[in-house]
Design a protein around this ligand. Sequence first.
Ligand code: NAD
Length: 258
Amino acid sequence: LTHGGLDVTVCDPLPDVAERVRAGLREIAPTLAQLGLCVDELTDSADALRFDPDAASAVAGTVVQENGPEPPEVKQQLWSAIEAGAPANALLASSSSSGIPTSVMSQAMRQPGRLVIGHLFNPPYLVPLVEVVPSPGTDPEVVEAAVAFYRAMGKQPQVLSREIPGFVANRLQAALFREAVHLVAQGVVTEQELDAVVTSSIGMRWAVAGPFQTFHHAEDRYQSVESSALHDSAPSGPTRGEWRSRNRFFGLAHAGSL
Ligand SMILES: NC(=O)c1ccc[n+]([C@@H]2O[C@H](COP(=O)([O-])OP(=O)(O)OC[C@H]3O[C@@H](n4cnc5c(N)ncnc54)[C@H](O)[C@@H]3O)[C@@H](O)[C@H]2O)c1
């Protein structure tokens, strides 16, 4: 957020939080500079960064991005305090990536509809995705405000239609990791070999085309190998029959027929 040009107040009870944050910013500055980005705001002299251990006064700004500890009761206390101290029109967003739904975190709030999850991805200064996850009670205007804010920060927000543990990106990572562990446990490859397979193939591919786009382009090839046990062998993958009907569905969807 500092790099996005905002005045930022960090609220954390750690006594050495200022040193830790400034050290972290110094650490990432060379990477950002290498990418041609301005890092002036990240230097020690920048007065755009303030530290305030008191939540009531720290949350006086127009956006509160909460990154507190995970236990649900801590999140609930934190959100109750933030709501009491923040301006009535402030955007209230939690970075939580855990299985704690927005609807649980907001339980102690007077207006739970103000809270939305804005889940950034590590490292957040480089990765564009922000998963915006409302609870069933989140005010749609809050979702719109969150999307507008993250876009203004140069991010790529993606709204999820409903709460689901792990959201989307982490669920995909978990699914792949499950198969990675399975392959290593079976002795097919070592951990290092599996990492090399991913970084030299699908890691590169998925950086430019997601699984569905790739699937659509490779439709014919996949059909030609359908007699193999490939798709039935994935532990949680679709059966060949499901694969075939999904293939037809997504083919039509991509062709604009659905
Ligand atoms: N670590 C990640 O990669 C990652 C990625 C995306 C989202 N998140 C989410 O961000 C949140 C924080 O994760 P983390 O890994 O940094 O946790 P962490 O436990 O390392 O850090 C939590 C911080 O909150 C501070 N804190 C404790 N009580 C506080 C209070 N009352 N007010 C203000 N600050 C308080 C702690 O001193 C600590 O610095 C979690 O909700 C997590 O799901 C983490």
